[in-house]
Design a protein around this ligand. Structure first.
Ligand SMILES: NC(=O)c1ccc[n+]([C@@H]2O[C@H](COP(=O)([O-])OP(=O)(O)OC[C@H]3O[C@@H](n4cnc5c(N)ncnc54)[C@H](OP(=O)(O)O)[C@@H]3O)[C@@H](O)[C@H]2O)c1
Length: 389
């Protein structure tokens, strides 16, 4: 029997991830897929489940059965929920067949090696959910997929500095394990940057929708043109399903928005979601921000030193392969609705407003100190925007 991959390869316009038939990504694939998601019940997973079911596919998830989805929970009645443990028990996957596996829950390279080897003869495509963290330290101006990620810690690392490298190295090694088991032509690696949107289990981005909805005097850290990158989790989830439908292969950054964006543009765009009157107080002095413990408020990350290029990651290859972006207003509005729904506990909401690490709780005092010194940068304190070190 000719598989769809072989069929496409026979045609004059042999399909690769970069040259798929016109309109391929807009339409549903011609057959339904059996998709296995390793993970699937936390942040990215439920959005993949919702889109895959909408496109007529069948979905199995593989988890320990501990994490419950905080969005689309009702859809899980239609999902085959396999139970096991990536650390020690893959029995539920043995002897089964799927068209595609999406590995969301890779937390170490050995997990990916074991699942990829087990599934290599019974699944067509392995999609590994990696991260732009593989590029750490972010030293470039325009970081593309061809940039070789580090697979080992640098030998000259200062003691205590290794923690920042661990995640990226783990992800890069895991990518290599997936490719080793499935081969480059059956492996898709997607490297998302900061994913934001409903069901986020971190409070990294929550600050902006919640703070901007309240209005008033709003602290805006960073310089106006500090680059920011973020992507709606649903744009990543849905594109991943379409990549599986296309039996694509290759490595792709998944960052947004669709065009280069500075911090002030982001804040004004996000605030446009709400009717709350706001006055923005820009604090552009990195040294002052550092003194007050404000090094990042995602999507803003102080773009210096090893973080210089963290929001300077190239998006074009993914866009050519069908990645699309919804408007920022949709992301902010939908996150805000989810945050204020029963899906989020009152404790979590309270923690963002007044918990011990709450930036919102510290904001009035930071603004007071900033304004007491005239609201201007101390001479020499602001680094030039191109400074890396
Ligand atoms: N969030 C971001 O901004 C961001 C950015 C770049 C990359 N990423 C990557 O994106 C991926 C998506 O993460 P997600 O949390 O959204 O994925 P998810 O698939 O929605 O959830 C993670 C899943 O892993 C399962 N799991 C955890 N430990 C397990 C184990 N030992 N055995 C089996 N299953 C286990 C959890 O269920 P149980 O607890 O029930 O086992 C849960 O279903 C991650 O690989 C992350 O590194 C995230």
């Amino acid at each position: 029997m000719t598989t769809r991959r072989e069929f496409l390869a026979l045609g004059a316009g042999a399909a690769t991830a970069m040259s798929l038939p016109h309109g391929w990504f807009e339409g549903q694939g011609s057959r339904t897929l059996r998709i296995l998601i390793l993970g699937g019940t936390s942040f990215l997973g439920p959005h993949q489940v919702a889109y895959a079911l909408e496109r007529g596919h069948t979905v199995s998830t593989f988890t320990r059965g501990r994490t419950r989805p905080s969005i689309h929970a009702h859809l899980f009645d239609e999902v085959e929920q396999l139970v096991g443990d990536r650390e020690s028990d893959l029995e539920a996957l043995r002897g089964r067949q799927w068209d595609a596996v999406i590995d969301n829950s890779g937390r170490n390279a050995e997990w990916t090696r074991n699942s990829a080897r087990l599934l290599a003869d019974s699944v067509q495509t392995y999609l590994y959910t990696s991260s732009t963290g593989v590029y750490y330290p972010y030293l470039g101006d325009d970081i593309g997929e061809e940039t070789e990620p580090a697979l080992e810690l640098p030998p000259d690392l200062a003691p205590g500095d290794d923690g920042a490298y661990d995640y990226g190295i783990m992800k890069a090694r895991s990518e290599a394990e997936a490719r080793a088991a499935f081969g480059a032509r059956r492996t898709i690696v997607v490297r998302p940057g900061y994913m934001v949107g409903p069901a986020d289990q971190t409070n990294r981005f929550a600050y902006w929708p919640v703070r901007l909805a309240r209005g008033g005097r709003v602290m805006v850290p960073g310089r106006a043109d500090d680059p920011v990158q973020y992507i709606d989790v649903r744009d990543v989830a849905e594109w991943m399903i379409r990549l599986c439908e296309a039996e694509a292969s290759g490595t792709f950054n998944a960052v947004g928005p669709s065009s280069d964006t500075g911090m002030h543009q982001f804040v004004h765009g996000a605030h446009a979601t709400f009717a709350s009157p706001a006055e923005f107080v820009a604090i552009d002095d990195y040294a002052f921000l550092r003194e007050h413990g404000v090094r990042f408020v995602v999507p803003w990350i102080m773009p210096i030193d090893n973080e210089y290029g963290s929001a300077r990651i190239r998006r074009h290859k993914a866009v050519e392969a069908g990645l699309t972006y919804r408007p920022l207003a949709d992301t902010v509005r939908d996150f805000h609705r989810w945050w204020n729904s029963d899906a989020v506990s009152a404790d979590r909401r309270e923690g963002l407003l007044s918990g011990p690490r709450s930036l919102m709780a510290r904001e009035p005092e930071i603004l007071r100190v900033w304004e007491a010194r005239g609201g201007v940068s101390a001479p020499g304190a602001v680094l030039p925007s191109s400074a890396r070190h």
